[in-house]
Design a protein around this ligand. Sequence first.
Ligand SMILES: Cc1ncc(COP(=O)(O)O)c(C=O)c1O
Length: 381
Amino acid sequence: MYNEVTTFIRNLYNKPTDLVPLHAPVFTGNEKKYLNECIDTTFVSYVGRFVTLFEEKIAAYTGAKYAVAVVNGTCALEIALKLCGVKSGDEVLTQALTFVATSNAIAYCGGNIVFIDSEKQNLGMCPEKLEEFLTENTEIRADGYCYNKNTNNKVSACVPVHIFGHPCLIDKINEICSKHNIVVVEDAAESIGSTYFGKHTGTFGKTAVLSFNGNKTITTGGGGMIITDDEQLAKKAKYITTTAKVPHPYEFFHDELGYNYRMTNVNAAIGCAQMEKLDEYIANKRETAALYKEFFAKHKIEFFSEKENCFSNYWLNVIILKDREQREDFLKYTNENGVMTRPAWTLMNKLPMYKNCLHTNLDNAQWLEDRIVNIPSSVRL
Ligand SMILES: Cc1ncc(COP(=O)(O)O)c(C=O)c1O
């Protein structure tokens, strides 16, 4: 039966013999024109019109008031967490089922990670498990902040992730975190174009990040964006990601530890061209998802579809197999036959760097890890 799957996917992507990649970038717009402009004007690095234009386009598209372009989604998260007050030794809540960058960014800030279980409905952080953890283990102290009663660490932030482009239950997570005075930083690296109750993912928390890595819905080669409605946070993000240089026509004076995280004009030029195509790409990906849904329904394989009140970009399409054994068989067959598929990430608490982190029970995350397979999801040309 798996050969019917590979045949279907090969036909879908019109690749009778070549490898079908999981998610290849497509450049069908003004990329070359804008890149030529960078070269002709010599503005290939930090000066040039495209960075600001790209930021404006992202802000307008997501509905966030401000957007700050940086070199990748991981450093966007690191800076977002720092600017939300995460200090070394603080506890930061996130989920075990995510890409390693989410955890790494917390670790770069010196945060102690707490892994919260996932839920099976939207594939995101489980609000019930989050609430249970906070109710059982934390208290609000005299300074108004939330502390873990067992470790005495401040619990300063929560990083829910919209995985594979599917909006998580961000309204409930927000509500719980605000009750406990915990800042929400959304990891929307995978979910550009996805909305929840009509509102763009990444505009629910205090701030959020997007990624424009080569495997994302749109790419800048490498790139990330911090989005927020908080003017001070945005200004500070711009400042510290551009080496904290005090503005002056020729003097170099930096008044705090800054970072060289600013996106280049070349990357932003590609981003501007990709933004012009974003809606077209998402419509194309949603059409692919609909075709997958129909196909897998016929073959009694569960295809994960967006839930009520969600609009998904279907960044990476997801099927949920019967058990880990079927997952292994499926992965082996498809990859050996030139159709790229991959499992969800190994849960973060199993990685050597994070094996001693606190966590809730991770039954749902483990259930999902055992069964999820991502299948080819590129825009079809
Ligand atoms: C969930 C998640 N968070 C963060 C990142 C980090 O983004 P980047 O690769 O741009 O550093 C990615 C993607 O790569 C991701 O999938």
